[in-house]
Design a protein around this ligand. Structure first.
Ligand SMILES: [Fe+2]
Ligand SMILES: [Fe+2]
Length: 422
């Protein structure tokens, strides 16, 4: 939410924290950021009393206050007609997706995580109270509503190449034949070359060179070549260009590594066929490709901030842009009419608790991503992998099993996966 504010007026901020030291430090920080009057309070009762006497322009509150939490404060504010427009920034002691969602649902405008960064606090306040003044627009300032508006046109933003569309159609059609596949692939020389490079990599370990697609299908099987063709055709989507925080080749390796791991993990459950599992692993982070392509400055800023804070990328993304790559990827996948289980796997791979235990694809994507991180296969731009969710371990029937043993049993050699990229 953006509130018009006259930059000349002094900003009145109600600051709530149960720590007196914190109140002092944050007040100093706020005074360095803006000309403001800070009213410090330690509990919900005092906060409500101050709001009734002199309504602030902004409320910044810790989640945990004396006796009660910010939930009670938000409820009190949002249920009063005259107060409900007051912007509220909630500061969490640590990253918590659960509390972030709860605070948002109760009407918090922004969620920050402590320790507070002056830059971030400054940007957050600037987004709520744009002071104007004809300054040049900073392209790294993130405006979540602009992102949402652009994403509502995602089908035109992220067109699937005709080639990838055909390969997906072949992959989803039980009547497709090896001949259809070979014909489709041969239309594109660079795709053919990429597939042959992968097929001849150390990962597959064939002693003799495989020189054409027909031969590849004979020795590897239809499904495997479809998978590789799909992976290679989607790589075309991921434009060249390197950034020290996001390298296309390393990202590709993370995707293909997750695909092999998801397929191997799927053998723990007989409810997901391995062909689907491969695509689940391959596409789980595809939202990052779309973000990088369409919100490059924003995406790089989120990457940089997550790396600086050593926090999970999706948390920082939610905090700064009110969206994370899972949701973006799911929008893209949905616009491509990909199957719903795959769309949900992309959407919830960092929040599997939000999916049902029966949604095996979600849990495969979640765990495959973690194994890929643990075994340092490629890089996804995220430096802090999730902890394995209990619901995902349970869903795949590996709850209580030593995960090192699970990894060993997958018989995936990280070095071998790396060799596929050549
Ligand atoms: Fe991810
Ligand atoms: Fe990932």
């Amino acid at each position: 939410m953006s509130t018009d504010f006259n930059g000349g007026k002094r900003l009145k901020i109600l600051l709530a924290s149960r720590s007196v030291l914190q109140l002092k430090q944050t007040s100093q920080m706020l005074n360095r950021i803006r000309d403001c009057l800070v009213v410090p309070v330690v509990d919900v009762r005092a906060a409500i009393q101050h709001i009734s006497q002199d309504q602030p322009d902004l409320i910044i509150t810790d989640w945990t206050l004396e006796h009660l939490t910010a939930a009670e404060l938000l409820q009190a504010i949002r249920t009063r007609t005259t107060w409900k427009e007051i912007p509220v920034i909630v500061c969490l002691d640590e990253i918590s997706a659960r509390l972030s969602v709860q605070a948002k649902n109760l009407g918090a405008n922004n969620i920050l995580t402590k320790p507070l960064s002056q830059i971030l606090l400054s940007r957050t306040i600037a987004e709520i109270f744009p002071s104007g003044g004809g300054k040049k627009k900073d392209s790294t300032i993130i405006n979540p509503s602009e992102i949402r508006a652009k994403l509502s046109r995602i089908d035109s933003l992220a067109p699937l190449s005709a080639l990838a569309k055909s390969i997906l159609a072949i992959s989803n059609d039980p009547h497709s034949s090896a001949k259809n596949l070979a014909e489709e692939v041969k239309r594109d020389q660079s795709l053919t070359a990429k597939i042959l490079q992968i097929v001849n990599s150390a990962f597959y370990g064939f002693h003799r060179q495989i020189g054409n697609i027909d031969h590849a299908i004979v020795v590897m099987g239809f499904d495997e070549v479809v998978n590789i063709a799909l992976a290679a055709s989607l790589l075309h989507f991921c434009e060249n260009g390197r950034n020290f925080l996001f390298d296309r080749d390393k990202f590709w390796l993370h995707s293909i590594g997750s695909a092999y791991i998801a397929r191997a993990l799927s053998r723990y459950t007989d409810e997901v066929i391995s062909k689907d599992a491969f695509v689940v692993g391959l596409l789980h982070d595809f939202g990052k490709v779309a973000m990088r392509q369409h919100f490059r400055d924003v995406f790089y800023r989120i990457l940089a901030e997550a790396a600086r804070r050593k926090q999970p990328l999706h948390h920082v993304s939610l905090e700064l842009a009110d969206i994370e790559h899972g949701e973006v990827g799911a929008m893209v996948a949905d616009s491509w009419n990909l199957p719903i289980p795959l769309v949900n796997a992309i959407k919830y791979h960092h929040t599997p608790e939000q999916a049902g235990i029966e949604e095996k694809e979600v849990h495969l994507a979640h765990l495959a991503n973690i194994f890929c991180h643990w075994n340092k296969i490629g890089k996804s731009g995220n430096t802090v992998p999730d902890d394995p969710s209990r619901i995902s371990l349970k869903a795949l029937g590996i709850e209580g099993i030593d995960l090192d043993e699970v990894w060993k049993s997958l018989k995936i050699d990280a070095q071998m996966v790396r060799s596929t990229i050549g």
